[in-house]
Design a protein around this ligand. Structure first.
Ligand code: PHB
Length: 354
């Protein structure tokens, strides 16, 4: 077989995975409205992908406040939990495994998506200065967010805790904490967006505080072996910046080890952001769980990464969109379909389950 490493078994937390090809979280914006509820078309979509070693769901809002894009699903209402239960049942019937990605977008939202047209929240009142918000009335300019008050942060942690409980009720095998790509937790981590002068801002220790509190409550619900975290140390998507990424993420990973998490999911490349000498392998060596690499990997580069012990799993995003049976295709050396970007976000079955 051509890809021996890619198709070798490995443990992830207390799960045994049949190979190393993980389905990365992909926003597809096709939940039922009103209510951000997973539907039968979504069931079929995840079913089709169930030969992935692990499916990580599309980013899913932990609360109404955590929503930032039209048509994305949530995990904070009964109807949403019931909708997701159909998905997890179907994936399990197909012998698959599925984690839910827990998402609070922070400033990457718009008042028209918020309850009572509230202004989106963030560590500091600094607006996203690239792109636009995807609302039900089309694309709109980002607004300047409201800086969260110190006494509001326990409620943010509580939103994560309740979502983790709901994900368990919905039959997931575990959860992934989304601390990447410029969303709320990333906004707290990085110094371009976190200008707070309280215990959640300033020093690295302070900037990782919210993430640590969130992990604590989520691992209390799930146990560390069913929890992963996704980070993007070099990411600039959503106008992010960090002055000392290596220091920040080395420290974060050292602190993560106390929770014995299943995996560290690292976005190594997203929208071609410059890496500027960042050493991802330092994170891998420091971390006591599995290292999941993500970002523009092909079967060949993934195989090399695994062989060279640079990663334990590789998460593929776009290739899964047009090739839901991706592991089989790679195993057979079959040709891959090219994905159609016009069908990525929103719409119907076209480019989704056909
Ligand atoms: C997106 O909807 O564009 C999106 C969502 C979550 C991510 C990255 C991008 O982590």
């Amino acid at each position: 077989m051509k890809f021996n490493a890619l198709f070798s078994k490995e443990k992830l937390g207390d799960l045994s995975l049949p190979h190393r090809i993980v389905m990365a979280p992909l926003t597809r914006s096709r939940s039922s409205q009103p209510g951000d509820i997973p539907n039968d078309m979504n069931v079929e979509y995840y079913k089709q992908c169930s030969t992935a070693a692990l499916i990580i769901t599309e980013a899913t809002q932990i609360s109404p406040q955590g929503k930032g894009y039209a048509f994305t699903p949530g995990i904070h209402s009964k109807a949403q939990i019931q909708g997701w239960k159909k998905i997890t049942d179907k994936v399990h019937n197909e012998n698959g495994r599925i984690f839910m990605q827990l998402w609070h977008v922070g400033r990457v939202s718009h008042s028209s998506l918020q309850r009572g047209n509230a202004i989106p929240v963030a560590p500091s009142a600094i607006a996203v200065d690239e792109g636009q918000a995807f609302t039900y009335e089309g694309m709109k300019d980002f607004e300047t967010p409201r800086a969260l008050e110190l006494n509001e942060l326990p409620d943010i942690v509580e939103q994560y805790r309740l979502a983790a409980i709901n994900a368990k009720q919905a039959g997931f095998d575990g959860v992934e904490i989304h601390a990447a790509n410029g969303y709320l937790l990333d906004q707290f981590l990085k110094d371009g967006t976190n200008k707070r002068d309280d215990i959640y801002g300033g020093s690295i220790e302070n900037r990782i505080r919210l993430v640590m509190e969130v992990i604590k409550v989520i691992t209390d619900v799930w146990g560390g072996s069913r929890v992963g975290i996704r980070i993007s140390p070099t990411g600039t998507f959503n106008s992010m910046s960090e002055s000392k990424p290596q220091e920040l993420y080395n420290h974060l990973v050292e602190k993560l080890n106390q929770f014995n998490l299943a995996y560290l999911h690292v976005v190594e490349d997203f929208a071609n952001a410059p890496v500027n000498g960042f050493n991802f392998n330092v994170l891998r060596k420091k971390f006591n769980g599995a290292y999941m690499a993500n970002g523009s990997y092909t079967a060949e580069t993934a195989e090399r990464s695994l062989k060279n012990k640079l990663s334990d799993f590789v998460a593929f995003g776009v290739p899964f969109i047009a090739n839901p049976d991706l592991p089989k295709r790679l195993r057979l050396g079959a040709e891959l379909n090219q994905a159609d970007p016009t069908t990525f976000y929103g719409g119907d079955a076209k480019g989704y389950i056909d």
